[in-house]
Design a protein around this ligand. Structure first.
Ligand code: SAH
Length: 370
């Protein structure tokens, strides 16, 4: 007899959990579907690239990592070049971003490249092996959580990491806002959403009178992480750059989505462990967490604005000048995709945080008064 598919095994685990505890939170569902040690989505597969479920900025173009290298080098200068400095990435996927970043540092900031210790925060053993291959020959340490990375001067980057962290959802009905939970529907034989008890004070007062059926999301895990990064930046010199899609201001809306083969599944509960799960990042909640931690927060700016300020056009020109016609075409189409005004370029936002004494990082300068 062949082993049941992973999806079925994870579904059994979720059903058992629900049978024991009652309906589970959206956060618990997300955490298991993505991170269950054996059956979680990220644990045993490569979801990225042309044949995978989704394509990320560093997988689209080397220009992403190259521009962020410029950002890191300039911040390190502003920090007065402390050594040692830790170069940390959260959720490095295939390792492409960090490989492009340090390859560029070798060239533009050799002192930083030599002195930086690379620390990768990654829970998936499968992806750790990919990262190891991408960074062969470099000194790299892996950690399950940021808390394991030693303190001190810090340059931290994260692309499409915060959107994979578990969120809670609340749903409005005639009586008020209730926590949204996930239950097993035995008749339909599938997971379904179920409204939990009314929770006064769960959503901002401005949304108290939202129409029935409205959904509001909070990301306690993302906020806790911002708090942790902010606290590090408050006590040692450092800078963080996080790129993700999301909203600038708190708003109602159900953004939990399952992504498979580059498309959104109709039902985010349909295939736990087999599809990626994401939710829009609430940038205002992150900003507030950095402020509370006494770090300085900058932006968000669009990905297009950030890469433009970091010289993507100039770098593209330099690469194209020595590329074959086919390579040149690939480089140009990759760059166009990253900065597309009606696509990634404006859907993705970049948020920076720095130690309190530092001035605006490149790409985040406030507009000058004229
Ligand atoms: N930054 C990469 C990949 C983004 S996908 C890119 O741009 O291509 C999310 C990454 O975060 C994966 O590597 C996944 O395994 C990792 N991940 C997800 N949740 C995590 C968690 N709670 N702790 C550490 N890593 C996590």
């Amino acid at each position: 007899m062949s082993a049941p598919p992973r999806e079925a095994e994870l579904l059994q685990i979720l059903r058992r959990l629900i049978a024991e505890q009652g309906p589970i939170s959206v956060a618990a569902y997300m955490a298991l579907a993505l991170g269950h040690p054996r059956h979680g989505y990220y644990m045993a597969r490569d979801p990225f690239g042309a044949r995978g479920d989704f394509v990320t900025a560093p997988e689209i173009s080397q220009l992403f990592g190259e521009c962020v290298a410029v950002w890191c080098a300039m911040n390190w200068d502003a920090m007065k070049r402390p050594l040692p400095v830790r170069l940390v990435e959260l959720g490095p996927g295939r390792g492409t971003f960090m490989a492009d970043l340090v390859r560029t540092l070798d060239r533009i900031a050799p002192d930083l490249a030599r002195g930086a210790a690379i620390h990768l925060v990654e829970t998936s053993p499968f992806l750790r092996r990919k990262q190891e291959a991408a960074l062969r020959g470099r000194r790299v340490a892996w950690h399950d959580a940021l808390g394991r990375v030693p303190g001190g001067p810090l340059l931290l980057v994260a692309n499409e990491f915060f959107d994979a962290l578990p969120i809670q959802q609340f749903i409005r009905d005639g009586e008020g806002w209730r926590e949204r939970r996930i239950d097993w529907d035995a008749a339909a034989e599938r997971l379904v959403f179920r409204a939990g008890p009314v929770l006064p004070g769960a959503v901002p007062p401005a949304l108290a009178a939202a129409p029935d059926g409205s959904v509001y999301e909070t990301g306690a895990a993302a906020t806790a992480l911002a708090d942790e990064i902010g606290t590090r930046l408050a006590v040692a010199p450092g800078a963080m750059l996080a790129v993700d899609y999301g909203r600038r201001v708190p708003a109602a809306g159900d953004t939990l989505a399952a992504i498979r083969d580059g498309r959104k599944d109709a039902d985010p509960l349909g295939a736990p462990g087999e599809a990626d799960l994401t939710a829009h990042v609430d940038f205002s909640a992150l900003t507030a967490a950095f402020d509370r931690a006494r770090a300085r927060c900058w932006g968000p700016v669009t990905l297009r604005e950030l890469l433009g300020a970091l010289g993507i056009e100039t770098r593209l020109g330099a690469l194209v000048a020595r590329a074959s016609p086919a390579q040149a075409e690939r480089l140009k189409s990759g760059a166009r995709r990253l900065i597309a005004p009606e696509g990634m370029g404006t859907l993705f936002l970049a948020l920076a945080a720095t130690s309190p004494g530092l001035s605006a990082p490149p790409g985040f300068e406030p507009p000058t008064l004229r």
